[in-house]
Write a protein that binds this ligand. Sequence first.
Ligand SMILES: *Cc1c(COP(=O)(O)O)cnc(C)c1O
Length: 372
Amino acid sequence: MSSSPSALRPLPRPGVLAIEAYVPGKSAAPGVAKIHKLSSNETPLGPSPRAVEALRAESATLALYPDGSAARLREAIGARYGLDPARIVCGAGSDELLTLLALAFVGPGDEGIFCEHGFLVYRIAILTAGGTPVVAPETDLTANVDAILAAVTPRTRIVYLANPNNPTGTYLPFDEVRRLHAGLPGNVLLVLDGAYAEYVRANDYSAGLELALEAGNVVMTRTFSKIHGLAAQRIGWMVGPEGVVDALNRIRGPFNLSAGAIAAGAAAIADEAHIAAAVAHNDEWLVWLTREVDALGLTVTPSVGNFLLVHFSDTPGRSAAEADAHLTKAGVIVRRVTAYGLPDALRVTVGSAESNRAFVAALTDFLGGDRA
Ligand SMILES: *Cc1c(COP(=O)(O)O)cnc(C)c1O
């Protein structure tokens, strides 16, 4: 005799159903032959040829588990930045590390702070851990240290700060980061997300790395997805205090990086010429794009990253949504940022010379102007 179906079902624990899943940038424009993908802040230069070669070499040993400690990659990172490899944890993208940090340090009833237009992964990470997201208002699309400090309560366990921030491209000088750290209680973990650190000219990131080594409550996360051109391989790393490193090593997957990721990352971070070329390309084209868009009469938020935020009006025919549709038809794929509280803006990645020109031409066409 068959038993009657039970009305009971497994239910996700509180918080999970409050999560709005992360929606990645579009990558297709149906019916368009030539695509210019400027929607996910990938580098137009691609990865170092040495990274590609290292990845290819790994195909000889695919049956073997990778080194679970990713020692080769941690040593290469340590050598590049003068860091003790024992203070480094690698992740399947820095997204994994951002989530693991919340899982290790935030629980039900705890709060995690991030900024108004901050990276959406922070909210997801805090909710995943069962915590409560707390949003700190920004000033002029820039993180506001006083607002973050005002949001701190006895329940605060973690503060995420992307510097520079995505999608705004704005940047907090390091003395402001130091002031933020000085104002936080010692039991609050400050996560400095340096996904775009390599692009920043006012480079005080060594100070950020030092703070992550010296302070007991600061970590810095970095990624191979942006300037290193290895987004498909999913490689991130973090440097921080021993206690944080220890906690993450307990909860991470024992083989959270593939052998290919370990090999490609180690080769990429040693290729300083390739990194310098990517920085030089960005320096040139970020300025060019900003100037061209500005000349079209649109407002651009000054960016220090490899992308820029372009503001549209809410006038019918001139809106961000309509601009996005027009650009997509021309094969230029950019990012809508409504989910970041910026419905009237589009985020555009600095691409190849050809893609940047295609973007400006399509935008000029959208605005009904003639390209001089
Ligand atoms: C792209 C990005 C990352 C990197 O994510 P990965 O998981 O390493 O690919 C992290 N933080 C911010 C703010 C980003 O824009």
